[in-house]
Design a protein around this ligand. Sequence first.
Ligand code: CO
Length: 138
Amino acid sequence: MIGRLNHVGVATPSIDEAVKLYRDVLGATSIGEKFKMEEQGVWVCFVDLPNSQIELIEPIDESSTITGFLKNNPLGGQHHICFEVEDLLAARDDMVAKGARVLGEPRIGAHGTPIIFIHPKDMGGMLVELMQTPEAAH
Ligand code: CO
């Protein structure tokens, strides 16, 4: 059911510092501008790779959804992994039917398409984001 690996979400205390790592040390050449995702309380910045993306996530403030993660991982680190699905609502229903805990209601993610998150305890220890495949990718 899952399709392409869309991105790996990486939490960081500073997108500006993380961009230096991806650009200057790892040599990434296509890095977007950071932008605010108000509802999630995070800044987001995408690093384009030939086959996927890294989604850098920095908390806007203490109330952010990733503040707790950064307390446990002060340097930042892999936060979630995002797979594309053809039909997000069908995927959500399928996950629920199989007993996986879906976190919250579907919402619009950083790519402008509906997303859900699945509890790491039902995903082998990994927070999984499912994202409806963007139209442009078809
Ligand atoms: Co993501």
